[in-house]
Design a protein around this ligand. Structure first.
Ligand code: TMP
Length: 258
């Protein structure tokens, strides 16, 4: 990898300075964490798969008019993105009860929710990303009312689109997390979709078997993490039937020391 300035390192990604002002390079690691990094591990090949899956979903969302930070994929693990000011809120969209919703409210896992729920969490690792209400966001000025309106609107559009996308490949979109950023143009800013959309931040269940094909395999020690991510990529048409070439290719390059 060429030497360049690292801007930020997160749990699953690294951001480097991009080739032009206003751009960054987003590098996808194989590192996986859960429960606010209390559990740590590596899922070999995950970064390559998430780079491809996120590219695909962001491209499709761009095509239906949802603005995103994605510009283009550069290589197996990197994509060029627009630099944004990340809004410190994790937006969780839920269609089916799972994860913290089942724990907090005692709703049985798998219950289809009568309406989609949007939840907000304050992005702060030291505090363990606490759940917040609109009132906190307004009170502490994390985002304006107008920005929150745009965020909720985009979250619903993303959900509607992704529910259809995944239903078409036999997958139930249970829930997912989104992050948004501000793109500045002189004194004006607009909100666009940032971060990534991949099995790291979505719950994806096989519609027939109910099998979990996402990071819950890691969180719950179910095993078969990379196979699950590969299955998502394969069904999205990103990996031809039974083909693991993108992962093999990378292994091959590593063996040659490239
Ligand atoms: P939860 O049920 O643990 O609140 O998670 C809801 C969704 O958000 C699930 O698809 C996983 C995703 N998520 C993240 O991407 N990052 C996080 O830090 C958390 C807590 C959840």
């Amino acid at each position: 990898m060429s030497r360049r300035r690292q801007i930020y390192e997160g749990k699953a990604k690294i951001l480097y300075e991009g080739p032009e002002p206003g751009t960054l390079i987003q590098y996808f690691k194989d590192d996986a964490t859960a429960f606010n990094a209390q559990k740590k591990g590596t899922i070999s090949g995950k970064g390559v798969l998430n780079n491809r899956i996120s590219e695909h979903v962001f491209t499709l969302l761009g095509n239906i008019g949802v603005p995103t930070h994605f510009i283009r994929r550069l290589n197996m693990r990197e994509q060029l993105i627009r630099q944004v000011e990340i809004i410190p809120i994790e937006v969780v969209v839920r269609n089916v009860a799972a994860g913290s919703l089942t724990k907090r409210l005692g709703i049985e896992e798998g219950t289809q929710l009568p309406r989609t729920i949007i939840e907000y969490y304050y992005k702060d690792d030291a505090l363990g990303d606490p759940m917040i209400a609109d009132e906190h966001i307004a009170c502490f000025g994390w985002a304006s009312q107008e920005e929150m309106h745009d965020i909720a609107d985009m979250a619903i559009r993303v959900n509607d689109f992704m529910c259809g996308l995944f239903a078409g490949i036999g997958i139930r979109l249970v829930d997912f997390k989104l992050e948004f950023g501000r793109l500045w143009d002189n004194d004006f800013s607009r909100v666009i979709l940032a971060d990534e959309i991949s099995p790291d931040g979505c719950r994806l269940w096989d519609m027939v078997s109910g099998e979990k094909l996402d990071k819950d395999r890691f969180r719950l020690d179910l095993g078969g993490e990379v196979e699950a991510y590969q299955e998502i990529a394969r069904r999205l048409g990103l990996l031809p039937e039974g083909d693991t070439t993108i992962l093999d290719l990378e292994k091959h390059r590593k063996r040659r020391g490239k």
